[in-house]
Design a protein around this ligand. Structure first.
Ligand code: GLP
Length: 261
């Protein structure tokens, strides 16, 4: 059962924008939605975002799984991105995050989990390996968070990444490194990320954001031009927006009220 939203925001390109009162409710609703998809399709292929936004979502999902209300054991897991160079043992590794917060608590077998190797000798070769792997699957759901302005990345697709780019190595944008520094995290200059093409090809996309700062970024993505200058704006493309659900809290929604930036 999914928590009913406080309200829905209408948008010409995006199927659903659901507003919840706070982070806890938004995260629970996102978890309920993801669990519902797995109940409908027990062998679902899911690409997971990482980052702070997803911590309460995956914690809520872990509770759903522990309560026996969803079974992820037949699902297949990919993730959006990994820092580079960054072995899984580094506390800022996203592969480590996925193992700890997704694979183990959800009971997804290692044979159905495809993790990026941030310690690979050649990041371009690792990107190509991962691209080839995910290309063999039809991804049912991709979960995305949103990066800082001005690029509003999804995955680590930084400002200017073409919408048809595939998995690639990238240097991180200055604002992304600034964000990490402000969070007191080790700043790593590069990353390997799924490209927008793969993200947008997913059967369903769920984007999640909390807080006024993320609301500012989402406002640009939702009401500004559709352009790689604001990567998340690509979610509004024909064929993509129709399968996209955005789940936000009230402070983020407060930035989306006018709709005419
Ligand atoms: C991160 C990752 C994404 C994440 C996004 C938002 O750095 N590249 O997987 O969704 O940026 O992160 P956060 O939720 O920590 O703000």
């Amino acid at each position: 059962m999914e928590l009913p939203p406080l309200r829905r925001l209408e948008h010409p390109d995006i199927a659903e924008i659901l507003v919840y009162p706070d982070i806890t409710a938004a995260a629970q609703a996102a978890a309920d939605r993801i669990a519902g998809l797995v109940r409908e399709k027990p062998a679902a292929v899911i690409t997971y975002a990482t980052g702070q936004t997803m911590i309460p979502v995956y914690a809520a999902l872990a509770r759903i799984v522990a309560a026996g209300q969803a079974d992820f054991r037949r699902t297949t897991a990919f993730h959006l991105d990994e820092r580079y160079p960054c072995p899984e043992t580094n506390p800022v590794s996203f592969a480590g995050y996925i193992r700890e917060r997704v694979l183990i608590p959800f009971g997804i077998p290692a044979t159905q989990a495809y993790l990026l190797n941030g310690a690979a000798a050649d990041p371009a070769a690792e990107a190509s390996r991962y691209n080839g792997l995910i290309a063999r699957f039809d991804v049912d759901l991709t979960i995305v968070g949103f990066g800082p302005l001005p690029g509003v990345h999804i995955g680590f697709n930084e400002q200017g990444t073409p919408f048809d780019a595939e998995t690639h190595y990238t240097e991180l944008a200055a604002e992304t490194k600034e964000r990490d520094r402000n969070r007191g995290e080790e700043v790593i200059n590069g990353a390997i990320t799924l490209g927008p093409r793969t993200i947008f090809a997913s059967r369903k996309i769920i984007g999640i954001a909390y807080g006024a700062d993320k609301g500012d970024g989402l406002a640009k993505a939702l009401y500004g031009p559709v352009s790689p200058a604001v990567v998340a704006s690509g979610l509004r493309q024909p064929g993509v927006g129709e399968k996209t659900t955005i789940i936000i809290d009230e402070p983020a929604a407060g930035k989306l009220k006018t709709g005419n930036l």
